[in-house]
Design a protein around this ligand. Structure first.
Ligand code: URP
Ligand code: ZN
Ligand code: ZN
Length: 470
């Protein structure tokens, strides 16, 4: 029996804040209260003057993802170790079958890879094509594997992107199961046309990645996916079916005003649309693409980093409670030998960057400490709401007796600076290089064990558990 007692921390949940002790035994929170007795042999952590948050949940990561001719550089072991170093105790990663590949075959491969994880993990199923087989396999993974979220890409045409007819099929199949559809929204065909034009004009550098994917093409796709969810509902319920009758949607990595406006309109009509954004879209602007010597490639991701103005719009939505989760879209590629695949052709630069270790401290620093969001909102958008949306609550996402003992102890004093020289991501660049942080993750407790303490990782490869979701 292993026990950890957190003494006198300021416990913060999505609704509360109070000073108390927490007793964790065998991976579960057993007691919360003042001056609790310490079980024999327990590890005691003095948390006075520090915050105790629910362990972070990152609802959007891509560990060892085969993508654009290479594989993302963090595997499930290194990526989840980095997550724990940053206070994230649960990730939800993606199974992404190739076009025409069986969902079950892709599931088996990803589940085998994910066994290396050292924190708990769930999996979303991406649906990259549609037909009777896919409908059957969606039902199988939903019932058998507890996968309750299906992801579609409107971008990446010709590889993992779906067309609108396929998208309606996925919406319908998910609705039948009572599952959630999540969507990467960009106008795939228009992007291909713009890429071809730019390349034909000799515009090959990383910054043209952003030119080929303007914010209005994300806004168009966000509005279209929302409309198609409504249309799918109308096809089921009759043509006068209301927006409020449409199934709920979850928009991943939303970056811009146009997409937020599409969500506002749908929300005003009564349609339920969950929104996720990521720290890079809150904190960076497109001047990063002007860096010399191909350094802009480190920031090539989809959607791209947006021009100045979009970031404040997103912060305002976040503080108003209209963005529900801040994930990372962690998908790292080394600058030295992976990003360089796109030297001379920006369309060949592997899309993605690292972030899983930095999310909690960045959001604390630039959200809470900067006065943009409260401590309770911080907990809500980094943990609680993801647990609720993705079927993990109340096992995860809260500090309550009976919940998993996944906790983050945050010391709000002192400062540090993010750098690729010191991070635990398995890559040679950090897109937040030089960002100052207020405070630090002093301890991460996951499954009731202290896995990160004062700069030291104590993780065990393969100790993460697969999470069936409901
Ligand atoms: O650039 C990105 N975002 N890479 C990962 C795949 C995706 O679209 O989420
Ligand atoms: Zn995406
Ligand atoms: Zn992604």
């Amino acid at each position: 029996m292993s026990s950890v007692v957190l003494k006198s921390g300021t416990i913060v949940t999505s609704t509360d804040q109070y000073v108390a002790d927490i007793v964790c035994e065998d991976g579960i929170i057993r007691a919360i209260g003042k001056d609790l007795a310490v079980p024999l042999g327990a590890t005691v952590l003095d948390c006075s003057g520090q915050y105790v948050f629910p362990g972070g949940i990152d609802g959007h990561t891509h560990m060892e993802l085969p993508f654009m001719g290479t594989v993302s550089a963090d595997d499930f072991y290194t990526g989840t170790a980095a997550a724990l170093a940053g206070g994230t105790t649960t990730i939800i990663d993606f199974i992404i079958p190739g076009r025409n590949q069986s969902l079950l075959e892709a599931r088996d491969l990803t589940m085998a890879n994910a066994k290396k994880s050292c924190c708990d993990y769930g999996l979303h199923m991406s649906v990259t094509w549609f037909g009777d087989q896919v409908r059957r396999e969606m039902a199988e993974v939903y019932h058998k594997d507890g996968i309750q979220s299906f992801k579609i890409f409107t971008a990446y045409r010709g590889s993992i992107g779906v067309d609108d007819i396929e998208l309606v099929g996925v919406l319908d199949a998910a609705h039948e199961l009572g599952a959630l559809v999540t969507s990467h929204c960009e106008h795939g065909d228009a992007i291909v046309a713009l890429q071809q034009r730019l390349l034909a004009q000799g515009k090959t550098e990383p910054k043209y990645h952003a030119h080929s994917r303007p914010s209005y093409l994300e806004g168009e796709a966000t509005g279209r996916v929302i409309a198609l969810a409504r249309a799918a509902g109308a096809a089921r319920n009759g043509h006068d079916s209301k927006a409020a009758d449409a199934q709920a949607l979850y928009i991943v990595h939303l970056t811009c005003k146009e997409s937020m406006d599409a969500v506002y309109r749908a929300t005003a009509e009564g349609q339920k649309v969950w929104v996720e954004t990521c720290p890079q879209y809150l904190l960076l602007d497109d001047s990063v693409y002007d860096k010399p010597d191909f350094e802009g490639a480190a920031y090539v991701m989809s959607p791209p980093i947006r021009p100045k103005g979009h970031q404040d719009y997103l912060w305002n939505a976040l503080s108003a409670g209209l963005i529900h989760h801040v994930a990372t879209d962690h998908c790292p590629f080394r600058q030295a030998d992976q990003k360089t695949m796109g030297l001379g052709n920006f369309t060949k630069i592997p899309n993605g960057a690292a972030g899983v270790e930095n999310r909690m401290a960045l959001l604390y620093t630039y959200g809470v400490a900067a006065g943009r969001i409260s401590l309770q909102q911080f907990v809500n958008v980094t943990s609680t709401q993801a647990a609720k949306i993705f079927g993990l609550y109340p096992r995860k996402g809260c500090i309550a007796v009976g919940a998993d003992a996944d906790l983050l102890v945050y010391d709000p004093t002192g400062t540090s600076t993010i750098s690729a020289k010191t991070h635990h991501h398995n890559v040679d660049r950090n897109i937040f290089e030089g960002f100052e942080l207020k405070g630090r993750v002093s301890h991460t407790i996951a499954q009731g064990k202290v896995q990160w303490q004062d700069g030291q990782l104590r993780v065990e490869r393969g100790s993460g558990r697969y999470l069936r979701r409901t």
